[in-house]
Design a protein around this ligand. Structure first.
Ligand code: FMN
Length: 165
């Protein structure tokens, strides 16, 4: 059994996808949870705001939730050939938290998924670069869904199987 956190970077179809992954992971006997970044809704990171904010409400809880699990399954829609700003914004705030925020990312196993308008290739490439840069071990296999392509349960099971190891 593994503990897997699904990080959702949109509260529409991607949150629905997160729920599907959660259900599948629980059927497989894993401890599954969802972090809905839209519900957390951190303010936009700017230098001025960062300087003026000693403690950002909810940040240490998010960090603790991310640190407490074995691996992450990140789902995000493609926005303009990349990922939504809420994902990078969350990571920007996290990067100011603690002594070495890279501890949170180093060697963390990460699966990537998307529900996007088209095939979601660009958001997957962008997230792969982001999480690899941060030191994570990103799975080769990805979950790509769209309005015309429902989530493939075999892919979800295979990816969760990798994240469990
Ligand atoms: C600001 C914005 C930019 C978008 N850019 C793209 C894009 O570059 N490529 C794409 O395939 N879909 C794009 N879409 C469509 C979304 O990826 C698609 O509607 C997705 O399913 C939304 O996910 P959600 O329902 O979880 O919010 C964009 C949507 C928005 C709102």
């Amino acid at each position: 059994m593994a503990s897997i956190l699904i990080i959702a970077a949109s509260d529409g179809n991607n949150l629905k996808l997160a729920e599907i992954i959660k259900e599948k992971g629980e059927e497989m006997g894993n401890q599954m949870s969802i972090l809905d970044l839209c519900a957390v809704d951190f303010p936009l990171f700017t230098n001025a705001r960062a300087k003026a904010t000693e403690t950002l409400e909810g940040l240490s809880e998010v960090m603790a939730q991310m640190a407490a699990v074995d691996s992450w399954f990140v789902v995000a829609p493609e926005y303009n050939g990349s990922f939504p700003s809420i994902l990078n914004n969350t990571i920007a705030w996290l990067s100011r938290e603690g002594d070495d925020f890279r501890d949170l990312f180093n060697s963390r196993k990460v699966g990537l998924g998307t529900h996007s308008g088209s095939d979601g290739i660009y958001v997957i490439v962008a997230m792969r670069q982001l999480f690899s840069y941060l030191g994570c071990n990103v799975l080769g296999r990805t979950l790509r869904t769209s309005y015309s392509k429902p989530a493939n349960p075999d892919t979800i099971v295979a990816m969760l199987g990798e994240l469990e190891k």
